[in-house]
Design a protein around this ligand. Structure first.
Ligand SMILES: [Zn+2]
Ligand SMILES: [Zn+2]
Length: 352
């Protein structure tokens, strides 16, 4: 038997409007971007594969019988079931669960109405046909460029196609990893496109796959002669321009990249230009650098309070930031910028 792909987080349940793929090889691979509901959830208690019914929920106080629900010709007639615009009713032989949103089965986040802990992704075949949605993916260049261009050529009836135009391409490299090199080359070429739809979709793929060679090119787009290319309206999200998608992809690359890399150096340059979001990112990734440059960052327009908040995860850096701030103000004023939970520790760190 071929090896299997397993969904991350034990698989995810989705509501009525979430994406539940029908192809057995589709699975949930990422923690960012759209959630793919797992279409092969198995119950480890009764051994059954879990089925789902979109558009149904539990009636108030209702407790539908699992056997009756699974056998019903019309599940809406089952006692305790009612129709629901947001709901999807999941059932195995021993359990019925009403779900209304994207919800991973294993998560560090505790959900109010937790999904059954005895359900989990049972794996997805890695035996994927070359023709996906009618597109011959072995002709990877054509497949990728046609789908990145959006519009009619985009082959996938995905509910989030308008907000994640690059998803089909990312999924291609995930379910057919033997094509990854060809996908990388096609996406990299698409990053030079002057068509905003193509550019946006290629940036989406970079966002999902920060390790790709195409993502390595993102840094170079912040050169003065390149950036204007991205100062055009995002065709998928017209209230933004493409710089937003570029920065979103850059951020995951900054997190992925090592200390001292060109990505981290670009983040530092942007932060020293007053870019608050990149400063917060560095406060988490490189708190000692933020502390070292606290006064320069403040001079660039970032508030003392923002500086303190950005490094609050690293107390020694926070102490260092306050030490720097003290050179231009009293201890009392400097401490006023420190999140209250850390004030005592900072005082102790300063010996004050
Ligand atoms: Zn799964
Ligand atoms: Zn069960």
């Amino acid at each position: 038997m071929d090896s299997l792909n397993f969904c991350v987080d034990g698989g995810a349940l989705v509501g009525a409007t979430g994406w539940l793929p029908s192809a057995p090889w589709d699975h949930y691979w990422g923690n960012s971007g759209p959630v793919a509901g797992c279409n092969h959830v198995r119950c480890i208690r009764c051994g059954e594969v879990v089925r789902s019914f979109a558009g149904l929920g539990k009636a108030r106080g209702g407790d539908p019988d699992p056997g009756e629900l699974l056998e019903a010709e019309d599940p809406t007639t089952v006692l305790g079931v009612e129709s629901s615009a947001s709901g999807r009713l999941y059932a195995c032989s021993c359990t019925v669960f009403a779900n209304h949103s994207d919800q991973p089965l294993r998560s560090t986040i505790v959900f109010l109405d937790a999904s059954p802990s005895h359900w989990e992704c049972a794996g997805h075949t890695t035996d994927v046909p070359a023709t996906l949605e009618g597109v011959d993916t072995d002709d990877t260049d054509t497949a990728v460029s046609a789908s990145l261009g959006g519009g009619g050529a985009w082959p996938w009836p995905h509910p989030q196609r308008e907000t994640w135009p690059g998803l089909w391409v990312t999924r291609l490299s995930v379910v057919r990893p033997q094509l990854t090199d060809a996908v990388d080359a096609a996406v990299s070429a698409a990053l030079d496109s002057v068509d905003p739809k193509t550019l946006r979709a290629a940036l989406d793929d970079c966002f999902q796959r920060p390790e790709s060679p195409a993502s390595a090119r993102l840094v170079s787009f912040f050169d003065a002669d390149q950036l204007p290319r991205f100062e055009v309206t995002d065709p998928y999200e017209p209230r933004r321009d493409l710089r937003w998608a570029l920065l979103r992809a850059l951020d995951v690359r900054i997190v992925w990249a090592a200390s001292g890399s060109p990505e981290r150096e670009l983040a530092a340059r942007l932060a020293l230009g007053g870019d608050k979001r990149r400063m917060y990112l560095l406060g988490r990734l490189e708190p000692a650098w933020v502390a070292e440059n606290a006064l320069e960052l403040e001079a660039a327009g970032l508030s003392a309070k923002s500086l303190c908040v950005s490094v609050q995860g690293a107390e020694s850096a926070l102490v260092e930031v306050v030490r720097k701030l003290r050179t231009t103000r009293t201890l009392e004023v400097a401490l006023a910028s420190v999140p209250p939970a850390h004030v005592q520790a900072v005082k102790a760190g300063l010996g004050a």
